[in-house]
Design a protein around this ligand. Structure first.
Ligand code: ADP
Length: 565
């Protein structure tokens, strides 16, 4: 049976208490006994010796001193009352008898010697008793010394045992427990504490072991869950048709899926843990993947035995808002590219094929208005004008679509030559003059003096300016003013078309140059949403810059600039 710690401590402390009490009681007992013995010697024997001495003295003085008799009798009485030793009573009775005989015959000297003998006898008895008692007291003191020494030795040994064992009883289990707690803190959930004690420490160790067991179970079930999730995600990643590459925060390779392995021509096992920029030194695709691609241009890669297109997405993996890695997703968009190409080719073909019949419709319509063909009534003239307008609009649209297909296929043919800004502005203003007049819109030109010529494709640059002007007229009210500026700004020639029309909401401005984008609610059914995107392509292909500034209700400014010279 095991003893509780509380009981152990109680036993120890109770023992010490008993020891102190025992020591005190024994000490008091012996001191008391010794002092009693001394007192008795003093009282019983010393006093008898004093009486005897006084009686002897009185006997000497009996002839000369009248009071001697009384002193003798008084001391005799005291002696009679202080009989303590064996034989003392007989000796005192003898003394009394001899004294009485002396009283009867004071002249008989034999009485004196009898009295003296009796007194000596009493003295002897008491002196012997004193010696004996002294010896007994010494014996008592010796005994006390022995008993207390033995007791002291035993108690010292017991106390030493306590001193040596008690700290161990407490600190041993505490050390084991703190070792266990540190192990668990270090995630060693297999740690157990074995204390073969049935006390509170034993209970604590059992509780600790239960806790560690539970943690171990929890950890293994979590681990199993994590392993399951990992293999699930790995399966999904490997099944995906997109290439996926995982990097850690230091850009070391974490994983590649099968598609990425094929595209990079590298095996996952061979490059896991390798610093990605090191691979980029010898691997062209990896280099392109690690490069920043702010324009989000599609990557052209030779894969599946043909030119393939991939879009690259870099996803940042975060944990508590700190970046712990990157996942690069390479999406195969070749089918979309192929479809887009087919669409562009179709548009180019259709637009091209429509151009000739549309031009002949326009031509025929104009011929119909010739009086030589025959006079037309007012209604017929109106119909012819409507046919011409529609043909113009269709020609504009087919022209835009053709331009766009050129842009999309990367087939922009630029005829770069020195061009005068004045010529470009005049050309464009002339082209929209009729349209402006119809709407009573005033076009003002502000061309700075001595503008340097620019290196540009005259036709395409004019086309852009015409597009700006057409839009400005379209989105301005009747009788409005439009300003065309050409000036030199920081060694760049700038062309700006400013209108006071309805303007554009700020949120649409970033998308205004996107293909097919039309400001929602503009109610312009004729527009294609292509004009500005083609303008951007035309200007940027020539190394220029294009921009817009606009405020809703205030009007818009569209501009582009080229390097002078
Ligand atoms: P569209 O052929 O439809 O005019 P654009 O690419 O030229 O196509 O223009 C795109 C959109 O931008 C238009 O639908 C129109 O809403 C807006 N926009 C262009 N120019 C102006 C302007 N000067 N004022 C207001 N909105 C304009």
């Amino acid at each position: 049976m095991s003893i509780r710690l509380k009981t152990k401590l109680s036993i120890g402390l109770n023992f010490l208490f008993i020891v102190i009490v025992l020591f005190g009681v024994l000490g008091l007992f012996y001191i008391n006994r010794l002092s009693n013995d001394g007192r008795l010697v003093l009282q019983n024997n010393h006093e008898s010796l004093v009486y005897c001495n006084r009686m002897l003295q009185s006997l000497e003085d009996l002839q000369t001193d009248k009071n001697a008799m009384a002193t003798f009798e008084m001391n005799l009485k005291k002696q009679q009352a202080n009989i303590t030793e064996v034989g003392e009573k007989e000796a005192t009775d003898d003394l009394t008898r001899n004294y009485n005989e002396l009283l009867i015959d004071p002249s008989d000297s034999t009485n004196y010697s009898d009295i003296r003998r009796s007194i000596f006898k009493i003295q002897d008895l008491n002196e012997m008793a004193t010696v004996r008692k002294n010896t007994a007291a010494q014996q008592t003191a010796e005994n006390a010394k022995d008993v207390l020494t033995v007791l002291f030795t035993i108690l010292t040994l017991v106390a030493f045992t306590f001193i040596f064992n008690l700290p161990g009883i407490i600190s041993g289990p505490i050390r084991s427990l703190s070792e266990g707690i540190l192990a668990v803190a270090g995630k060693d959930y297999k740690k157990r504490i074995y204390l073969r004690q049935g006390d509170e420490f034993g209970d604590l160790a059992n509780a600790f072991n239960t806790m560690a067991e539970k943690l171990d179970e929890y950890e293994s079930s979590n681990l199993a869950k994590i392993k399951f999730e990992k293999s699930r995600i790995e399966t999904i990643i490997n099944q995906m048709r997109d290439g996926i590459i995982g990097l850690d925060e230091k850009r070391n390779i974490l994983f590649l899926n099968a598609v990425a392995e094929k595209l990079l021509g590298l095996k996952e096992a061979a490059i896991t843990g390798v610093y990605a920029p090191d691979i980029a030194v010898t691997n062209d695709l990896m280099r392109r993947l690690l490069q920043d691609n702010p324009e989000k241009k599609d990557l052209k890669i030779y894969a599946d035995n043909k030119e393939s297109y991939f879009s690259k997405d870099v996803l940042e993996v975060t944990n508590n808002e700190t970046i712990i890695g990157q996942v690069i997703v390479l999406r195969n968009i070749t089918p979309f590219h192929e479809l887009n190409e087919a669409k562009t080719n179709f548009i180019a073909t259709v637009s091209h094929e429509l151009k000739t019949p549309l031009s002949s419709i326009k031509m025929s319509a104009r011929l119909l208005t010739d009086l030589r063909v025959g006079a037309l009534n007012g209604e017929q003239q109106e119909l012819i004008r409507s046919i011409t307008d529609d043909a113009d609009r269709l020609l504009k649209i087919t022209g835009e679509l053709l331009n766009m297909s050129q842009v999309e296929t990367g087939n922009i043919q630029l005829k770069l030559q020195p061009a005068s800004p004045v010529t470009i502005v005049d050309h464009a203003v002339q082209a929209v003059l009729f349209q402006a007049q119809q709407k009573h819109v005033q076009i003002r030109t502000k061309i700075a003096d001595n503008l340097p010529s620019i290196q540009a494709d005259l036709e395409k640059t004019s086309w852009v300016l015409i597009n700006f002007l057409t839009n400005a007229i379209k989105y301005s009210p009747e009788d409005a003013d439009i300003e065309v500026t050409a000036c030199l700004q920081r060694n760049k020639v700038e062309f700006i078309v400013k209108d006071n029309g309805r303007g554009i909401e700020e949120k649409y401005l970033p998308r205004i140059f996107d293909r097919y984008f039309k400001v929602p609610g503009s109610h312009d059914r004729n527009g294609t949403g292509l004009g500005l995107s083609i303008s951007k392509e035309f200007i940027e292909a020539q190394g220029g810059r294009i921009w817009v500034k606009s405020e809703l209700g205030e009007g818009s400014s569209f501009g582009f600039s080229f390097n002078a010279g």
